[in-house]
Design a protein around this ligand. Structure first.
Ligand SMILES: Cc1ncc(COP(=O)(O)O)c(C=O)c1O
Length: 321
């Protein structure tokens, strides 16, 4: 493989690594302090379209190495969409079947994309980022499929799998350290399974314990797929509070308006969780004034047009014809 010419023998060679990092782009017009450098790391440029390519690949590779997939055994996984899309596309390309268990509330675009990527779909009533151990939610339903049909399904379980954290210790953290030449002072992330925050923070704080890690969360009752609210944090097995300096709560509708502003102001077609992270970064920049910040933008806006129509007045009208 050659990252210079960008000619690859298969899609897996395109996955991000220190040698092939996802791009970082400077925020210009929308940076509130000239003394604070702010960059967005664009995870939607990963081959399957989101930050979850990293965790999905690490979990799948481990299952392959242990011989737990193949010979008729595929995957079952609870997902709010992105992990499922990455896993389904990877699994199909390697010859395994994949079943995704998703909360009903995820955007229609993600449900269709999961099927296009080759997943069989179970749609259940559940929170947008389901919590382990709670009743009949998608995690427990996936677990019961894995138990009842052990010959057919291995369950990576991104909510509890250490590979979800290690993926970011091995890739996202080293990429940011190298791309910023060690100058990073602030990391801005959102919280879903908490793999991104725990892994990236573990690596970066290992290099420089003074780096501030800021996690941004939507208000309760939110409609930002993939994310967790503060009240749901206790149950997140991969969350480690010693690796986070600030947790900000942001009114969830701002996720949508900030995403729109990033599209129209910076030309960055950022999704709602990126919009939320940007709002958190803005608040910290106004507080700290000086620094070098990196925001991890999990995915782009294309999977959220129906959600945007719901939350941004005016977008829904004029589309009737
Ligand atoms: C759109 C989006 N943003 C943010 C996240 C959070 O990432 P993590 O699960 O690593 O905490 C996810 C996770 O699924 C996601 O799909």
């Amino acid at each position: 493989m050659n990252h210079q010419t960008r000619v690859y023998q298969d899609v897996f060679e395109m996955l991000p690594s220190e040698e092939n990092p996802s791009p970082m782009v400077r925020i210009n017009k929308m940076n509130p302090s000239p003394e604070f450098e702010l960059y967005a790391k664009l995870e939607w440029l990963n081959p399957f379209g989101s930050v979850k390519d990293r965790a999905a690949w690490a979990m799948l590779r481990e299952l392959e190495e242990k011989g737990e997939v193949g010979n008729g055994r595929g995957l079952v996984e609870p997902t709010s969409g992105n992990t499922g899309i990455s896993l389904a596309a990877m699994a199909k390309a390697r010859g395994y079947h994949m079943r995704a268990v998703v909360p009903n509330k995820i955007p229609l675009e993600k449900k269709v994309l999961l099927k296009i990527a080759g997943a069989e779909l179970d749609v259940v009533n559940d929170a947008l980022c389901p919590a382990p151990g709670l009743g009949d939610g998608s995690i427990n339903i996936a677990k019961s499929h894995a138990k009842a049909q052990a010959k057919k399904y291995a369950m990576p379980n991104q909510y509890e799998n250490e590979q979800n954290v290690l993926a970011h210790v091995r890739t996202t953290g080293p990429e940011i350290w190298r791309q910023t030449e060690g100058k990073v002072t602030h990391l801005f992330v959102s919280l879903g399974t908490c793999g991104t925050v725990s892994g990236t923070s573990r690596f970066l704080k290992g290099k420089n314990p003074d780096i501030k890690v800021v996690a941004v969360q939507p208000t309760e009752g939110h409609d930002v797929p993939g994310l967790r609210n503060v009240s749901q944090l206790g149950v997140s097995r991969l969350f480690d509070s010693s690796l986070v300096d600030d947790i900000l709560e942001v009114e969830f509708k701002l996720a949508y308006t900030r995403a729109l502003e990033l599209c129209q102001g910076e030309g960055l077609l950022a999704g709602p969780s990126s919009g939320l992270i940007y709002e958190g970064a803005r608040e910290i920049i106004l507080r700290d004034k000086k620094g070098f910040g990196v925001m991890i933008f999990p995915d782009n806006i294309f999977k959220y047009t129906s959600n945007m129509m719901k939350h941004i007045p005016g977008l829904a009208t004029g589309n009737e014809a």
